[in-house]
Structures are given as structure tokens and as C-alpha cells.
Design a protein around this ligand. Structure first.
Ligand code: 5AD
Ligand code: SF4
Length: 454
């Protein structure tokens, strides 16, 4: 299985593996595979191109093993449907973002020679199968809602993920409780716009109420969520930060642009002033909170003056991290039809300037942490050096540090010693015991995943 795109896709891939688990095991060698699934992302043209090029490169594999079932799922599959079969004659199966639960049947049909397309985008969210986690898993993602009703003018998500649908709170609480009972420590709640969780449910429910219910589960140490729309960040939600002990002091709050004219044309329904007020309230409610954001440069009609406004807002908000992108026109979206598209070279130049500003802000935020002792959830070996371990702070920064192997899968105290552009360096504070309840289990099965830096 190959996965492209956001955390939602990673969670979906995990679900696919579980749905198919009765018949298939995962393999890391493509040559051994009986079934090859690509879970795709359509957010920018580049993401879509990666899928097309991977499909092309799989032709020899399929030629050597004609019985291999090759399938494409996720957002590009949803967007392109039947057209993908025409693009790739060696493709057996196309399934959309809601087709995951039907996979066993779809794969079976593909195995019997049919070229299958299933891109129905129904509203209902079927209950996922009973989840399980392999021993030693301490972090997981739980999807709480899918789809989006916002129709930001640049964004393809509402077309490929459908309308906003929330999962029943009881099912979410049960899933998180089962994970914690199995030794889990950290849960990230996922949805395209988690702040509006609960709309349309038969029982009255809001996102802050869901957070409170989860926070009450004993043993849940870290709770995170992504992604938030600034408009739906209510005062009640702001106040959960600093109040709920499990809720990590980090919020990803995509602003996209700092210019009101651009925000209006993006259909974001907030202004830079609203955004600044929300940031100020967050910092007041939770003084140590770290903020990250998403930014688009070169949106149609963006002038140099608009762009400067974005740089200004970045400095004011003091983002710890920013994910920035050149605007990419997407099928079906309104902005793709706007006449005043910005030339590629201008987009590239603005992106480089913006990233230089953010690099400086990140470096400053990292420098402030040097000399502090912090709690790290240790995820596995560092990518940079096999002698070091890697984990994250509650505020989401990556830390590479030295210490004993037994810390993997635990919460450890680490003294931060150096600030780097994309990570921190530290040293385990000797004598501080690993903190959690699943010590024996983890010692026999350490989870040694590599941390990524960006
Ligand atoms: N072009 C560039 N960036 C985009 N994003 C979403 N759609 C586009 C697009 N058409 C960015 C937004 C969003 C993030 C996930 O991807 O910043 O928050
Ligand atoms: Fe896309 Fe806007 Fe929905 Fe986010 S809120 S998924 S950017 S349409």
C-alpha cells in the first residue's frame, strides 16, 4: 500500500489494512504483493501528478505479474473515477473516499477479472470495524468527522470528500477508551473541520463537549486534533486549552492569507482582524500554546501589498511552524475560473520570501526552548543518527536526543540543548523514569519507527 497526502489519508490507509486484514497482510516489497493499493491526494496538481507517475512506473511490475490486482483509492480516484481506467490500462480497481468499507467485495470482483469503479459519494458514515492496534502502539488517529461544507474557493476537498458528516460521540469515546486500555498514550482526532463537529447529529453535541468526554478517560495522556477553521474556533473551544489536562498546547489554525481582500475571495468568512483576536485569546487562555498554520501564496489577484500583509500577520501571530504552498488551480473549484491568475515565477518568488520569514520565526521559537526540561513522547529512532531517539513535545516540536533504548514508547524528561531549523536536540534527564503504565509490554516490543523532520 502506498499513501500520499494528509493525516486523514494515513488514517484511511490504516482502515483499509484493517478492512482487508482477513485476506491480506502488508508487505514492504512491491514484488511480493498480490494487491497493490495507492491512496491518493488531489489537493494540489503536484499531488495528482505523483499518482500518475507512480501508476506509470508500475507497468513493468504488472507485466511481470499479470495476476497482481492494482487499485487506486482516495481523492484522485474520487475526482477522476472512470477516467483513471482510460489513463492506466493496467489498472484493475478505482475506489473513492467512501469505498473503503466495500473494499473486500471490490477487490474480489477485480480478482475475477472485472475492471471495477466505485466512486459513490453517499452521505452516511458507516461504523468502522472494531479497531485493533499492534502491541507497543502508543499513538493513533481517530477520524471523528468527514467531508466539508465550507467551499473555500481554492479547495477541492468538498468535491472529493463530500458533505460534512460527524461520527456518533459514543463510538468515538469507545474507540479512544479501547486504545487507552491497550496502552495508548496519544490520540489525534481527525476531520476536515473538527471545530464544527456535532452539526447534524441526532443528539446535541459540540466539539468542546467531545473533548471534555475524552479528557475524562483515565490514562489518555495527550489529545490533539486537526484541522480547525478559524471561523468555527469558538470561545468555549479556546478555553479548553490550558483547562483540559490531556489537550496538548498546540493548535494548527490555517490562516491561508493575511489580506482581507484575498480572504474574502477565498471564501474564508473571517478577516485578518478576527484571526488576530482569536490568536490573542488563545495566548491568553494558554500562554505557552504553539501555533502552526497553512498559507497559500499567489492566490488569483494577490498583489504585492496583499502578500506583505500576509508576512506582517505571520510575524504578529508568531507562528511556530507554517506549511506554505503556491496556489494550484483545482478542477471544479471557483478560484480556478478567476481571470487574474498570478504567474508561476511570482508565486515561486513569494513562496521563497515567505519561507525565509517563517524559518526565522521557527528558529526563534526553537531557541526559546533551549535550556528547558520538557516532556517527550518517544516515537523511535532518529532519522539523522541511529544513536539518537526521536519524539515530540506536547507543543509538537521534534526532538532528537540521547538516552537508553527503553524510553521508546514512553514519556521521558529531556533537557533541550540545541535549536535547529526543523528540530531540537536534547539529552535524557538521567534518573527520570519512563512514565506510563505499559512498561513491560513496550520493553518486549519497542516501536522503532523513524521520525520525519518535516
Ligand atoms: N492550492 C494550493 N494550496 C492549497 N491548499 C488547499 N487547496 C490548495 C490549492 N488549490 C492548502 C491549504 C490547506 C492545505 C491543506 O493545503 O493551505 O490548508
Ligand atoms: Fe478545504 Fe476550506 Fe474545507 Fe479546509 S475548510 S477542507 S480548506 S474547503
Amino acid at each position: 500500500m502506498r499513501t500520499f497526502g494528509c493525516q486523514m489519508n494515513v488514517a484511511d490507509s490504516e482502515l483499509m489494512a484493517q478492512v482487508l486484514g482477513e485476506h491480506y497482510d502488508l508487505t514492504s516489497r512491491a514484488e511480493d504483493a498480490d494487491l497493490y493499493l495507492i491512496n491518493t491526494c488531489a489537493i494540489r496538481r503536484k499531488s495528482e501528478e505523483k499518482v500518475r507517475s507512480l501508476l506509470g512506473s508500475l507497468k513493468p511490475l504488472k507485466r511481470a505479474r499479470p495476476e497482481l490486482i492494482l487499485g487506486v483509492g482516495g481523492c484522485v480516484a474520487q475526482q477522476e473515477g472512470e477516467r483513471l481506467l482510460a489513463f492506466a490500462p493496467h489498472l484493475n480497481l478505482v475506489f473513492g473516499t467512501k469505498g473503503i468499507y466495500r473494499l473486500p467485495e471490490l477487490v474480489d470482483r477485480a480478482g475475477r477479472g472485472e475492471r471495477v469503479v466505485d466512486v459513490a459519494l453517499e452521505r452516511d458514515l458507516p461504523n468502522p470495524p472494531q479497531r485493533w492496534w499492534s502491541p507497543g502502539t502508543v499513538q493513533t488517529m481517530v477520524t471523528i468527522m468527514q467531508g466539508c461544507d465550507n467551499f473555500c474557493s481554492f479547495c477541492v476537498v468538498p468535491y472529493v470528500r463530500g458533505r460534512e458528516t460527524s461520527r456518533a460521540p459514543g463510538a468515538i469515546v469507545d474507540e479512544v477508551a479501547a486504545f487507552v486500555a491497550a496502552g495508548g498514550l496519544e490520540v489525534t482526532l481527525l476531520g476536515q473541520n473538527v471545530n464544527s463537529y456535532g452539526r447534524g447529529l441526532p443528539e446535541p453535541m459540540t466539539f468542546p463537549r467531545l473533548l471534555r468526554r475524552l479528557n475524562a478517560l483515565p490514562g489518555l495522556n495527550r489529545l490533539r486534533f486537526a484541522t480547525s477553521h478559524p471561523r468555527d474556533l469558538s470561545p468555549e473551544l479556546i478555553h479548553t486549552f490550558g483547562e483540559l489536562s490531556a489537550l496538548c498546547e498546540h493548535l494548527h489554525l490555517p490562516v491561508q492569507s493575511g489580506a482581507n481582500r484575498v480572504l474574502a475571495r477565498m471564501n474564508r468568512s473571517y478577516t485578518r482582524e478576527h484571526y488576530r483576536e482569536k490568536v490573542a485569546s488563545l495566548k491568553q487562555a494558554c500562554p505557552g500554546i504553539a501555533l502552526s498554520t497553512d498559507l497559500i501564496v499567489g492566490f488569483p489577484g494577490e498583489t504585492e501589498a496583499d502578500f506583505i500583509q500576509t508576512l506582517d500577520l505571520m510575524g504578529e501571530a508568531g507562528f511556530d511552524q507554517a506549511f506554505s504552498f503556491k496556489y494550484s488551480p483545482r478542477p471544479q473549484t471557483r478560484a480556478a475560473t478567476f481571470p487574474d491568475q498570478v504567474p508561476e515565477d511570482v508565486k515561486a518568488e513569494r513562496l521563497a520570501r515567505l519561507q525565509a520569514v517563517q524559518d526565522e520565526l521557527t528558529q526563534k521559537a526553537h531557541a526559546r526552548l533551549v535550556g528547558q526540561e520538557q516532556e517527550v513522547l518517544v516515537e523511535g529512532r532518529s532519522k539523522r543518527s541511529p544513536q539518537e531517539w526521536c519524539g515530540r513535545l506536547r507543543t509538537n516540536q521534534i526532538v532528537n536526543f540521547t538516552g537508553p533504548r527503553e524510553l521508546v514508547g514512553h514519556l521521558a524528561r529531556v533537557a533541550i540543548t540545541e535549536a535547529h531549523p526543523h528540530s531540537l536536540k536534547g539529552r535524557w534527564v538521567e534518573g527520570s523514569p519512563p512514565r506510563d503504565r505499559g512498561e513491560e509490554r513496550l520493553r518486549t516490543s519497542p516501536r522503532e519507527v523513524a521520525c520525519s523532520e518535516r
